[in-house]
Design a protein around this ligand. Structure first.
Ligand code: NAG
Length: 240
């Protein structure tokens, strides 16, 4: 063992051309800088958070109490509350109040529709669900995800668990970043989903099924158009 290592280290300096060594030093420096940049970006992301998870949970519970089993009524309630809680000028946030802007969402094998209420570089807030039921992979994200059930139930499970987790209206299914589960919205479910972290990193998962499965280009176009429009509106008022 020791002998062969000596042999290779003794030979290498003559065999490896200088510029190969330089190239590798360059690559190592590049990766080190990339890691440093990522950990710096990770440490500053919460500077721009506007929404507060306990507050959103309260709003969701209040909406459920005000319009039980009526998702449209809940969404109206949530929008009325959010638009008065976060007036653009005071809170540096832009909300999309046009709830006719629903688009399909196909991701991780699950299918539903979503209405994007807020999208910025570090946060999004959407209503997601389907009256038909769906099942799939949550995705493995760099953002924390708070899934507030409004109607129906969401079931979830992680490898190793032999029993499912069950989330009913008024519950929050919190999925910390870096964790993934199988989930099912059995017989249909709608939820208010809030994610915080570097949102653009979630997009490849959100859009991949379009390219590998649905090829639904109009949906892709509207999803990108609405997301980009909301992110830009927010950037223009200083909301990263
Ligand atoms: C919004 O909901 C929160 C939490 O339920 C509540 O405390 C607040 O008064 C509501 N705001 C408005 C303007 O309805």
């Amino acid at each position: 063992m020791a002998k062969s290592r000596n042999a290779t280290t003794a030979k290498q300096p003559q065999n490896v051309p200088k510029n190969t060594l330089r190239k590798w030093i360059g690559r190592v420096v590049f990766v080190a800088l990339l890691c440093a940049a990522c950990s710096w970006l990770d440490s500053i992301k919460d500077r721009w958070y506007v929404f507060n998870p306990p507050f959103l949970h309260e709003v969701a519970k209040e909406a459920i109490a005000a319009s039980p089993n009526d998702p449209q009524g809940m969404i109206s309630h949530i929008m009325t509350n959010l638009t008065s809680t976060y007036p653009t000028s005071a809170k540096m946030i832009s909300l999309n109040t046009d709830s006719s802007e629903w688009v399909f969402s196909n991701a991780g094998g699950a299918m539903g529709a979503m209405y994007i209420i807020h999208a910025s570089i570090t946060e999004y807030l959407i209503v997601f669900g389907t009256p038909l039921g769906t099942e799939g992979h949550t995705g493995l994200h760099t953002a924390d995800d708070y899934f507030h059930i409004l109607v129906g139930e969401q079931w979830a499970f992680k490898p190793g668990a032999l029993e499912m987790e069950r989330y009913a209206p008024g519950d929050v299914h919190f999925l910390p970043r870096g964790t993934a589960k199988q989930y099912k919205m059995h017989e249909g479910c709608f939820a208010l989903e809030y994610a915080r972290g570097w949102i653009p990193l979630m997009m490849p998962f959100g859009l991949a099924d379009t390219f590998t499965s649905t090829l639904d280009i109009p949906t892709l176009y509207h999803t990108v158009r609405i997301t980009a429009r909301e992110m830009i509106k927010n950037l223009l008022i200083g909301k990263i």
